[in-house]
Design a protein around this ligand. Sequence first.
Ligand code: NAD
Length: 346
Amino acid sequence: MSKIRVLQWGLGAMGGGMARLMLEKEGLEIVAAVDARPDFVGKDLGAVLEVGRTLGVTVTSDADSVLEKDKVDLVLLATTSWTKEQMPDLRKILNAGINCISIAEELAAPEAQNPDLAQELDDLAKRNGVSLLGTGVNPGFVLDLLVVALSGGCHSVERIEASRVNDLSPYGPTVMKTQGVGTTPEAFKKGVAEGSIVGHVGFPESIRMISDALGLGVDRIEETREPIISRTHRETRHVKVAPGMVAGCAHIGIGYRGAREVVKLIHPQQVRPELENQETGDYIHIYGKPEIHMAIKPEVAGGLATVGIAVNMIPHVVAATPGVKRMIDLPAPAALMGPTAYARRV
Ligand code: NAD
């Protein structure tokens, strides 16, 4: 079996984890690595990943120098959340004739918020005979693909409600800022109005995927973001929250068909939820025939699962027909545990 040759682009918390995981996979080989960080550039990838051995791959900030389709089968892209911001890099990858998996949240269903860019990407991918997938734990798995899969035995579905209650404590300063953690309730409201506090990125993408897969006909999506105000002192490595301050963002996205609410996704994210006896978990309720209720406690670990699903989808994306793909368009993800897992897919 020949190995799938992967270029890891972005070596931060997620991209670094993907590279480490790929080192354990017999069917995958990291052939190049790109990151803009000056302290990474020029170093051997093994040193950047701190794996205690040399890997013979030098990290570069010059993607053009390593985007060669004869040497690379797929790029794993872990740099940003936004389609628009990722476009220059995506254009380079697709024009080089190389497949790509991105964990940018908006790319999970790029047509949801950027239909023109999604069309451009689809055209580019098809013209170059390659495929592009957006995935991750959420969007990409918990609040969309799992929902879709759970409906697989239903005769009919009237309404779906799903929630992901998670702990933001492991995350860094950027996430604290975009979730409004540590601010006053007034500053939170102002941040939401100005767009600096965004909460979760991915509801339009997840709702779009669920609606398209089941044929629910969602024609309007509304989102609300409310501050989770702490009653206790909460603290992480990056933030301190006094009682009365904001510990997180309770974000809700609702998809309507006409006046009818058909998909409701609820995602309260906060630091140290256990201090107020809030258990974490993922919950999916499908109201229809039959009614289905699923609970996963605690939550599917976000960082680990994002790294896992991006790597596990590699053979599916290499084998896919050209174009932009969403998780609902490809075969089900599964852990890559041995040769048959590759052989089945490629
Ligand atoms: P991070 O900040 O730890 O790492 C990003 C890395 O990319 C950094 O090393 C940075 O130097 C590099 N980088 C950024 N832009 C670059 C460019 N154009 N060229 C080369 N290098 C570049 O972030 P992270 O925690 O690894 O997350 C990466 C992105 O993935 C974030 O936007 C995050 O929101 C998203 N994400 C999505 C999901 C999901 O479920 N879909 C889950 C986790 C993270």
